[in-house]
Design a protein around this ligand. Sequence first.
Ligand SMILES: Cc1cc2nc3c(=O)[nH]c(=O)nc-3n(C[C@H](O)[C@H](O)[C@H](O)COP(=O)(O)O)c2cc1C
Length: 376
Amino acid sequence: MVASRRTFLIRSVQCVLAAGFFPGLSACAERPVREQDLTGDGYGELVDVIGRQRAEIIRYASLAPSGHNVQPWIVTIKSADNWIIGSAEDRWLNEVDPRNRELVLSIGAFLENLVIAAQANGFKVNIRTLADNPFDPELLSLELVNGKRIDYPLERLIERRTLRTGFRNEELDPMDIVYLKDSDDNFFYYPPASAGAEWLDKATIAATEYQVTRDNVQKELARWIRWSDADAARYRNGLTPEAMDITGLAGWYVKNFYGESDVLGQDFRKATVERAKGQVAQSGGWVVIGSENESLSALLETGRRFERMFLKAKSRSVGVHPISQVLEERPWVEDIRKVLELECKPQFLLRVGYTREYPLPVSLRMPPEEISYILQ
Ligand SMILES: Cc1cc2nc3c(=O)[nH]c(=O)nc-3n(C[C@H](O)[C@H](O)[C@H](O)COP(=O)(O)O)c2cc1C
């Protein structure tokens, strides 16, 4: 991994990313686009080894969602066209994700972005699974070969984001469900006021109430919150106040006066439960995405299906919010299959709903050179 100069504010990263990838965006056009704002000193070295096009493919892949925005992926560059995808142990979430289930799902989403971006650049990606164990540091071997260019609106990767506010309570149109579900047999929609959605609402609140009592969960979360702009700039991963939708005066306050210890306080725990109540009250229902089993390849494939769907949601003004507590805590993780009569194993619970606004993403990303190791 190559050290990088980290001199930027969250907003400038968002603007530079948006403007750099998607020149049509003018919201931040008054800021000059300087590549060194976006990447560190090591980016040039990465480009020297694999070329700019391949470095950009890694950047597109890194825009994938991940639990707590830990961005657990590592790309080991064996040669320009041979990469190993693995995970970084210091980015595992041992408390909420002790089996690395969410980690593998996130790496599946990363892989989907990578394949889409590679295909749009005229590469076929040959994928070989290297492990069966989600704790293995090396999970996948990728080979990029010349292939047919497959057009894809890559701005979808840039504009995809988790939405947490502004959902309407209206049921989703069946045509939109068909579009989002595509050919996925393990995709289920529970409209608002259906028995399934009512159970998911209540279970989410109950699982959240329980989860905030677990000190180790709060400590883990605290390590991944970047309260100040300085920390956001330093780490370029984790959750910022903006990403948690703490904005305006409250956002200014927490940025300047909050720290790790506040996440352990009773006020923060109570606010987390209240936020969950507000969220489930504002929803166009739930989507459950499941897998046939919990093998590494089934989880990777489920992460890919989830990301494929997520990338399409904005075009139908459908906001998507993964809420995982029910799948992280007992007894809810055991009850869900019985209550919803699922034959598959649920892997994602997504609050969905039409939104009037779909703001640009606010979450941080580590630059390609920080997630890539060049084997010398
Ligand atoms: C496996 C997985 C689990 C997630 N669980 C939650 C969750 O429980 N609550 C939440 O607010 N967001 C959750 N998210 C969303 C992430 O926080 C989000 O993807 C990350 O902060 C990056 O933001 P972005 O999606 O806007 O790029 C989850 C995402 C993934 C991939």
